[in-house]
Structures are given as C-alpha cells and as structure tokens.
Ligand binder design. Sequence first.
Ligand code: NAP
Length: 247
Amino acid sequence: MINLTGQIAIVTGAARGIGAAIAFKLARAGCDLVISDIDAPGASAIAEKIKEMGQDAIAMQADVSTWSQAELLLKESVAKFAKVDILVNNAGITRDNLLMRMSDAEWDSVMAVNLKGTFNCIKAAARTMMKQRRGKIINIASVVGVIGNAGQANYAASKAGIIGLTKSVAKEFGARNIQVNAIAPGYIQTDMTKDLPDSAKEAFLTIIPLQRAGQTEDVANAVLFLVSPLSDYITGQVLHVDGGMVM
Ligand code: NAP
C-alpha cells in the first residue's frame, strides 16, 4: 500500500478522463490535490468529490498553454499548501487531420496545449521543487509519440516532444532530487477516444496483446508508482501503459 499522506499534487486537465482518475488515485493514497483544468465547473466538481473523500482539494482554472496562467496556478497552489511535491502534466487535446489538410490552427493549438503547456507547468513548478530539493514530475505522452499515427502529425509531434522534454529536464533536475518521467498510454477509453470510428477501435484491439482497451485506472496506477518512493531511482523514463501495443 503506497502512502502519500501529507503530499501535495497538482494535476492538469483533471476535470475528467485520465486526469480525474489520477487525481482520485492520488487522493486515495493520501495526497491533497490541486485540480486544474480549463473547464472550471468540471474542476470544481472533482475537487468537491475529493473533499468528500476526506482529502483537501482546490480547483484552479488554468489554460496551461498560457505562461501567465501556469505561473498563477503554481503561485496559488503554493500559497494554499506551502509546497508542491507532485506535478502531473496531463492536459492534452487532439485536432486530427491528414497533414496535407492540416491547418496552422490545428497544428498550433495542439503544440500549444500539449507541448508548450507541459513546458510552462514544469518551468512554473521548478523553482519551488528546486528549493525543496524534492519533487516528482509526470508528463502524459502517448504511444503515438513513439510510433506515429496517420492523421495525427500534430499530436504525435507534440507527444514525441514531451518525451524529449522529459529526458532533458530529468538530466537538468536530477541533482536536485527531482524525478521526471513520462507515461505513454495506448488506447484508453475516455471522451478523447469515444468518437473513434468502430473500425479504428477494432484495429487497435488487433494490435494489443492484452486484447482490451485500457481504462483510466490503468494509467492512474502507473502514475501512483512513479510518484511514490518505490520509483525514487527512476528518472527520464517513458513507461508504456498500452497492453503491450508498443514494445
Ligand atoms: P480528455 O477526456 O479529453 O480530458 C482532457 C482534459 O484536459 C479535459 O478536461 C480538457 O478540458 C482539459 N484541457 C484541454 N485543454 C486544456 C488546456 N489548455 N489547459 C488545461 N486543461 C485543458 O482526455 P483524456 O483521454 O483523459 O487524456 C488525458 C491525457 O492523456 C492527454 O494528454 C492525452 O493526450 C493523453 N492520452 C490519452 C489517450 C487516450 O486513449 N485517451 C492515449 C494516450 C494519451 P475541456 O474538456 O474543457 O477541453
């Protein structure tokens, strides 16, 4: 049983899906939470549920793609809880299209939220974590960032960027006892994937050795391991949570 009592975790994009599952998992392990999302009512609803579980939680509306909002997110979190032990960069979007049809807006928005948003939040949290000489940063990438995907050049590039960012920051922050790792989920059942055509869902299942779609809980379990003391000697790694799809 992993016990994180007294630790403070910030999860971005935590109003639903994988982010909400991560927040609940960390709360059950004893963390107090900052539930951050661009969706303010959604974030508040999750924070309320966490308080009902007996942990402290605040909701913070923040668009991670904007530096000033990431900076404010960290400032208000530290004002409330006096420290930050865990940052989970989970906020992410898709704007799928074939490259020849992809607009500048589709490219730019995905890079801004997924890659720049991760950079912004790491940079905003770094000062506090460096002073503390401890911290765990988890960046949610994707298997698509490793193997690519037709129709997702923007998304795949942003997730591949997150992997490079993770490894670089792990090298920069290691001396300060800050572990930085990425998780690469495969096909996970959330709102993001519910509108995939049935043919695409079936195609995924044929390449997943464990022969099922992943659940948000599967990703949250991996996050719990990577923020716990069980992973204190692990940094700069990409943990695939994909039923064996990519190996
Ligand atoms: P989701 O259900 O779409 O949830 C994403 C959350 O992020 C939403 O609450 C969304 O708010 C929020 N968000 C969007 N833009 C934001 C911004 N600029 N700033 C802050 N929050 C923002 O997605 P999910 O499936 O849980 O995915 C979570 C993460 O896992 C993403 O990084 C995704 O790329 C990654 N991932 C997912 C899968 C999968 O199969 N589902 C696979 C690999 C990786 P709104 O609802 O208002 O947009």
